[in-house]
Design a protein around this ligand. Structure first.
Ligand code: ADP
Length: 297
């Protein structure tokens, strides 16, 4: 399966131009969509899940126009929206059973088997009789992904799934997603958390203010940042002077003051050593370039 997004524009009624000429190819496996709040990620997700029609441009799924084939697309789609909430007093398994019925699983025996398999997969089997609205935040999110997965969708879209989760739950959630990507499916993961992408996605795009500012494998983003990440040992006085001038990624206390990691196009005039770049550095580097008005990275 493949998704081709071509020159997509979304202009809301109030004039907000939320997507600007977005063109992307998405292939099998896990695709990360990274960008700060307001970048246009949810807008793109809402179009992909057929909840909204774009102002202009097209989306093709296996060559078929998304908008003209909404019913077929919905059959292969699993969606975990950003604001997934349920106020249901149903038990966890009952909620999933209900989701299965909505997804078109009519045969009760098959549906129950799917419910049990999914409860097991997302680690909620023990909690199957607990009321869904009494689950912890992380468990609710896992129930959210389970409801998105029932009926074996081939296109799975998850919008900001790890926001607000503690680190253990975040890792657990990522592992569930990367297990899924072993199958022949497309998973689109939208997030503003770099760690979600670095540990799971083989391909990605970065959005900023509605524009695609990078697309390709995360390694390419990282390699274009190499040589621009520095470790600098500074005294507390030097730190005070530099802290507003450079984009500081981290600070570690040392005997003389601080070891500071910065991302910068120019070598800082301190005892600065180049260190290997990671995806977080690359994200900051790109965003800085863009906000500085230099888009020719
Ligand atoms: P993200 O998911 O990356 O945070 P969104 O797609 O939610 O970004 O928003 C992109 C832009 O579109 C923002 O400027 C946001 O304020 C605007 N926007 C989102 N939804 C609407 C709406 N229903 N009406 C008007 N503007 C909107």
């Amino acid at each position: 399966m493949k998704i081709e997004i071509r020159n997509l524009n979304q202009i809301y009624r109030n004039g907000n131009h939320a997507l600007k000429d977005v063109t992307l190819d998405i292939n099998q496996g896990m695709f990360g969509l990274l960008g700060p709040n307001g970048a246009g990620k949810s807008t793109l997700m809402r179009i992909l899940v057929t909840l909204m029609k774009q102002t202009s441009g097209s989306v093709f799924i296996d060559g078929k126009d998304l908008h003209k084939n909404r019913r077929e697309v919905r059959k292969i789609l699993g969606y975990l929206p950003q604001d997934f909430r349920f106020f249901t007093a149903l038990k966890t398994w009952e909620f999933l059973d209900y989701s299965g019925a909505l997804a078109g699983l009519r045969n009760r025996k098959e549906r129950m088997a799917a419910v049990d398999a999914l409860l097991e997969k997302v680690g909620l089997f023990e909690a199957r009789d607990r009321r869904a609205n009494r689950l912890s935040g992380g468990m609710k999110r896992r129930l959210g992904i389970a409801q998105a997965l029932i009926g074996n969708p081939r296109l799975i879209i998850v919008d900001e799934p790890t926001t607000g989760l503690d680190p253990d739950e975040r890792i657990r959630f990522r592992n569930i997603l990367s297990d899924l990507s072993q199958n022949e499916v497309i998973i689109i993961l939208s997030t503003h958390i770099v760690g979600d992408i670095s540990s799971t996605c083989h391909d990605m795009a970065m959005l900023n203010r509605g524009e695609v500012i990078f697309s390709g494998p995360p390694e390419n983003l990282i390699s274009s940042t190499e040589g621009n990440v520095y470790n600098i040992s500074v005294t507390p006085e030097e730190y005070e002077l530099m802290k507003d001038k450079y984009h500081i990624i981290s600070t570690i206390p040392t005997d003389i003051g601080w070891d500071v990691q910065v991302v910068s196009s120019d070598k800082p005039p301190y005892d600065a050593k180049v260190i290997p770049a990671n995806l977080e550095h690359a994200y900051v580097y790109y965003m800085e370039k863009i906000t500085a008005g230099n888009e020719n990275v």
